[in-house]
Design a protein around this ligand. Structure first.
Ligand code: NAD
Length: 478
């Protein structure tokens, strides 16, 4: 830790004091036992279960309307599943791993020890404010760390609720929540954490990495981007469309791994449009007063997405708004009707920015190779979806494209599988977490070499002679 390089703004001495207290407590107490970690995770899970109703109310109030069921499925369930999975597997994850040293170094032994790194920082966004704060917290605590959390200012009720809930469960030298906006975030990212996990936009991710670099703090960046969805020629459309509509409209499209746009074979366009309209009408027969249909989080995001649609229309793209009962959607409610944009030009904002709203651009392709080339000509995405039954084509898409994760014949679900690493690549992120990958992200893997009583290395000590030459002949053999 190099204090000279850390410039903490005067307004945040409290934050620094909390950090120092956590660091001191970590040094004093060392790595917590398996039992202590289990107790912490169990009480966290219990408290969230008890507060599930009030959390859903806070999140809904922050959004304007956030479906209670979406909160149960997208926030509470993943947290409980992460806790269950971690409690079950933690003993195995923590156990030192015996590894072989190879013939040359025999008969020594070697182990990998998993040690907590110390004090971990977590910066979380607003779109899944519980999930994206607590699932990283679970991994960091499982690995035995102290944690400071900075949730988003755009969901203030939820952030306050989290601060209160965590404050009631843990002393602040174990888990502390810092609430505040970008200035606070900036100062937070400059603390000399032992690891910093940031979830949010790619633009802010760059700033976070720059701030962390001052302290050589390792980062995990969970960022965004445009996740493509490729429909193969042999995709079964009704099921594919249901999954795409679900993935796009859950949380009104404000999901980092939502399918951003669809690439489909030209002859299937009309069928795709008809099925999408039918599916939206089935899922959401009304929009304005429908509690299942979530609002845009604030006016800025509402106007941003509305502007994408306006720009597409102004440029002559075919825009299909799906508003089953032709309701008026008052701007105060911040609900945007699900909208298809057919064949938008790549110069439009909707094809350049991550959409993060209930709008789905659809583009034609003539061959699968053309679709793959399109994906590869754009920044590496966080997720990629492929629909189709032919395994060779599926494997081709998976092999020839590079994305953070992928789901085949469905959307979103690679996020839910605890044994899969979750993370991006390039502009969609650095590193991964979930399950054991989260435990490893927040652990130091210490390589330990255990020399045996018979120390063969002694034959390599000077003065060098015939035995050294014989040893070298063996060690440098082809
Ligand atoms: P954001 O970058 O605006 O904010 C995220 C967090 O960063 C907030 O807590 C904010 O206060 C903080 N922050 C803002 N400026 C900061 C700074 N200069 N230094 C440090 N912290 C700062 O992101 P957002 O709008 O809340 O989230 C939306 C984006 O996040 C989308 O791009 C989405 O794809 C992405 N996302 C990614 C994942 C993932 O798991 N990969 C999950 C959800 C969202």
């Amino acid at each position: 830790m190099n204090e000279m390089l850390v410039k903490i703004p005067a307004a945040v001495p409290e934050m620094r004091a909390v950090f120092d207290a956590q660091r001191a407590a970590f040094l004093r107490a060392g790595a917590p036992s398996l039992q202590e970690r289990r107790t912490d995770l169990t009480k966290l899970g219990e408290a969230i279960k008890q507060s599930a109703g009030r959390l859903a109310e806070a999140i809904s109030a922050d959004f304007g309307n956030r479906s209670r069921h979406e909160t149960a499925l997208g926030e509470i369930m993943p947290v409980q599943s992460a806790i269950r999975h971690t409690l079950r597997h933690l003993p195995g994850w923590m156990r030192p791993k015996r590894v072989s040293v190879g013939l040359e170094l025999m008969p020594a032994g070697a182990r990998i020890l998993y040690q907590p790194v110390g004090v971990v920082g977590i910066i979380s966004p607003w779109n899944y404010p519980l999930n994206l704060s607590i699932v990283p917290l679970i991994a960091a605590l499982a690995a035995g760390n102290r944690v400071m959390l900075k949730p988003s200012e755009l969901t203030p009720r939820t952030s306050d609720f989290l601060a209160e809930l965590l404050g009631g469960l843990f002393p602040s030298d174990k888990v502390a929540t810092v609430v505040g906006g970008p200035d606070t975030g900036q100062a937070f990212a400059r603390l000399p954490f032992d690891h910093l996990l940031y979830t949010g936009s790619t633009a802010v991710g760059r700033l976070v990495m720059q701030a962390a670099a001052e302290n050589l703090t390792p980062v995990t960046l969970e960022l965004g981007g445009k996740s493509p969805c490729i429909l193969g020629e042999d995709a079964s459309l009704p099921g594919a469309v249901e999954s795409i509509v679900y993935g796009k409209l859950v949380n009104a499209g404000q999901t980092c791994i939502a399918p951003d746009y669809v690439l489909l074979p030209e002859p299937r366009l009309d069928e795709f449009i008809t099925l999408t309209v039918d599916t939206v009408e089935k899922f959401y027969p009304t929009l304005a007063g429908n509690p299942d249909y979530t609002s845009m989080v604030n006016d800025r995001h509402y106007r941003r997405v509305a502007q994408y649609i306006a720009e597409a229309k102004a440029n002559g793209a075919r825009v299909i708004e799906i508003n089953p009962k032709r309701e008026t959607l008052p701007a105060e409610g911040r609900k945007l009707a699900p909208t298809l944009v057919i064949e938008p030009g790549d110069n439009l904002s909707i094809m350049r920015d991550e959409i993060f709203g209930p709008v789905l651009p659809v583009k034609n392709y003539r061959s699968l190779d053309q679709a793959i080339d399109y994906v590869n000509a754009h920044p590496r995405p966080l997720a990629l979806y492929y629909f189709g039954t032919d395994q060779a084509k599926r494997d081709k898409v998976l092999r020839k494209t590079v994305s953070g994760g992928a789901s085949v014949n469905t959307t979103l679900f690679h996020f839910a599988a605890e044994n899969l690493p979750f993370g991006g690549i390039g502009p969609s992120g650095i590193g991964a977490y979930h399950g054991e990958f989260g435990f490893q992200t927040f652990s130091h893997r210490k390589g330990v070499f255990l020399q045996s009583r018979f120390n063969a290395a002694r034959f390599l000590y000077p003065p060098f002679g015939r035995i050294t030459d014989l040893m070298l002949k063996f060690l440098t053999r082809g």
